[in-house]
Design a protein around this ligand. Structure first.
Ligand SMILES: [Zn+2]
Length: 118
């Protein structure tokens, strides 16, 4: 096992909460309070080439032509997907079946968002 767990004082209610950390495949932390329901965790995400190049510009680094290839070893938090789905749909290397599947997912997410708002 590459992680550890421990108890911490919940910053929201002052009771004890379960917390953990891990360092493989990268550093993550999280915690859940069984008293007030407060929770936190390390969120992962995927920046677009545009996002990365904007950050690089701020650091006076040359812009990238494309992002480094993913080794597929990390999971991207699902809740980040809606923000990037349009960019994924624009990618030329996506096969038509993947594009159709993404369009269906996008539609389902829109329906879910509407359902949650009602
Ligand atoms: Zn709490």
């Amino acid at each position: 096992m590459s992680g550890e767990s421990h108890m911490e004082t919940c910053p929201n209610c002052g009771n004890e909460m379960d917390c953990w950390s891990d360092w493989k495949p990268f550093s993550t932390v999280g915690g859940e309070c069984m008293n007030c329901g407060f929770h936190y965790w390390t969120e992962t995400g995927q920046m677009t080439l545009k996002d990365v190049n904007e950050l690089r510009e701020g650091l006076e680094k040359r812009p990238l032509k494309k992002l480094a290839k993913s080794k597929g070893t990390v999971e991207i938090s699902e809740n980040r997907l809606p923000y990037h789905i349009d960019e994924m749909l624009d990618r030329k290397d996506l096969k038509e079946r993947e594009r159709k599947a993404l369009k269906i997912v996008k539609k389902m997410l829109e329906i879910k968002t509407i359902a949650e708002a009602i």
